[in-house]
Ligand binder design. Structure first.
Ligand code: SAM
Length: 286
């Protein structure tokens, strides 16, 4: 039995024993592998980077959905860019008050193969009547988009291959244009201990453009290097300042049961370590 060696970082990485290979294909866009691992459950990787595992996906998907949605408090329309495994869509669909969900995924094969081999990720979310799945490049979609959304979630891989454009200045400007007045963009932004440049570059791109540009974090074991940062780019600076009591009320009213997210974690997630504050030019600003 062979191992899957992650090649995301030079000279440092993780491996997963492939207990059972489920699917491997070179799609039009990337190399897709899905396999079983006794410890982490079913695992999906793209171009040598682990994308998601059944064991810990809940942390990532809960933090990139419930934080912006409950901070906003009146979300009716959401755009997900990427997210082909379906986990992000599943968590967004749990909010009954949301009326429209558009998901723009570049690779139909990722959607199809994850529906088949990672069914616990989407759990039928693609059949939700509020969902509009678009197979397209997220950058092309947002550049030509004339709609506005209350929340945009960029659930993309690291800035390599087809995902590179989703970390560009043009992408953030287009997202800003496609957000409502209280709109929020959140985006996966790597583990700063190993990918600090990713945070620095995103900070430069969103500061000045958005009234409130910050980051929050959570530790997802399979995204190695410690906590992963999520970019927070909001048009209304008040939204990130919701008191804990408001977040608790909204979380209770949502009637959503979670395994990671709660109101205290939500609020604490925005407290960043000094080296990250320094990297984003916010040291000594409180
Ligand atoms: N949690 C993962 C992470 O943090 O790296 C991301 C998981 S999700 C599977 C990433 C998705 O983004 C993949 O399905 C990939 O096909 C999609 N993707 C990559 N580039 C894209 C682009 N330019 N437009 C839309 N989707 C893209």
């Amino acid at each position: 039995m062979t191992n899957y060696l992650e090649t995301l970082h030079d000279g440092y990485g993780q491996f997963f024993k492939i207990d059972k290979m489920l699917h491997e294909v070179r799609t039009e866009h990337q190399h897709l592998v899905i396999f079983e691992n006794a410890k982490m459950g079913r695992v999906m990787a793209l171009d040598g980077a682990i994308q998601t595992t059944e064991a810990d996906e809940f942390i990532y998907h809960e933090m990139l959905t419930h934080v912006p949605i409950l901070a906003h408090g009146a979300v009716r329309s959401v755009l997900i860019i990427g997210g082909g495994d379906g986990g992000m869509l599943r968590e967004v669909c749990r909010h009954a008050e949301i009326e429209h969900i558009t998901m723009v995924e570049i690779d139909q094969a990722v959607v199809d193969m994850c529906k088949e081999y990672l069914p616990h990720h989407s759990q039928g979310a693609y059949d939700d009547p509020r969902v509009n799945l678009v197979i397209d490049d997220g950058m092309r979609f947002i550049a030509n988009c004339t709609q506005q959304f209350d929340v945009i979630i960029s659930d993309c891989p690291d800035p390599t291959g087809p995902a590179e454009v989703l970390f560009s200045e043009d992408f953030y400007h287009a997202c800003h244009r496609c957000l409502t007045d209280d709109g929020i963009l959140v985006a996966q932004n790597g583990t700063p201990f190993l990918q600090l440049d990713e945070v620095k570059t995103t900070a430069k791109n969103i500061q000045g453009l958005f009234a409130d540009a910050h980051f929050y974090h959570a530790a997802i074991p399979t995204y190695i290097g410690g906590s992963m940062t999520f970019a927070w780019a909001a048009k209304n600076p008040q939204i990130r300042q919701q008191p804990l009591s408001t977040l608790e009320q909204r979380f209770a009213a949502s009637a959503i049961s979670t395994r990671y997210y709660n109101a205290a974690i939500h609020q604490a997630a925005f407290a960043l370590p000094q080296y990250v504050l320094h990297a984003i030019g916010q040291l000594n600003k409180h």
